[in-house]
Design a protein around this ligand. Sequence first.
Ligand SMILES: C[S@@+](CC[C@H](N)C(=O)[O-])C[C@H]1O[C@@H](n2cnc3c(N)ncnc32)[C@H](O)[C@@H]1O
Length: 237
Amino acid sequence: MSENVYNAEISRGYDATMDAGYNPNSYKVAVEAMLKILGSRKKVLELGIGTGLLAEQLVECGIDLSGTDFSASMLEKAAARLGDRVKLYQQDVLTLDLPEVYEAAVSHGGVWVAVRDGNFLDSHITGYERNLQGLTRVAQHLTPDGVLIINVGPEQKDLTLKLTRGEYSQRVFFKGDHYEKDYVVTEGGWVVALQHCVYGRFNEEETARMMEEAGFKASGRDEHFAVFEKGQDDETR
Ligand SMILES: C[S@@+](CC[C@H](N)C(=O)[O-])C[C@H]1O[C@@H](n2cnc3c(N)ncnc32)[C@H](O)[C@@H]1O
């Protein structure tokens, strides 16, 4: 199990932080770009569905969505938002084991994020082998012509955002093959949420090797998403 399971207090402040403009690309822009990539694919799995902000817009556009997340407090919010419109699973992607296969898997600020300024990959999971394990699990849950779509995330940097009530701030510490992030939410000068997370970061060569070993090949990248196709010769499921 990963060290980065969002706690209940961070989950409580999540939507307000997104509303305050954490990601310069709005969910609406992300959904429009994602629908173009999905084309006729409708059966989709979201990796790290969180509180369901992206999911809600995808289902409204006719996507048959399932989502996985290992944080009970994030999933609780997703369930309240989405009701029975989305199948939710409390699972770590490292041991992903779902009863269905999907035409696409998407990670939008989820388990994996593509880095804006280079073909790097950031991950909620640390370590090459563990990431390979997670990506292999994802490949096993895709149809032979399935795709993995990973959003190009905002730059990781120290940041403070004004929330409707209070303030969100993050401090980022780069340490070679990983970075650490302190999240703090304050209200009325009091700290109401606090978490320290460790993220993996993989360079271009490592990302290409990891994707290939997991059964994916890069098939395109634009300002919003990096796309990986499942290798046609994969017979994992
Ligand atoms: C930043 S949130 C993104 C939520 C949502 N996709 C969105 O766009 O708002 C990242 C989510 O990924 C989940 N996550 C991180 N690592 C995971 C893992 N190994 N397995 C399952 N979920 C994971 C976290 O619990 C968190 O809810």
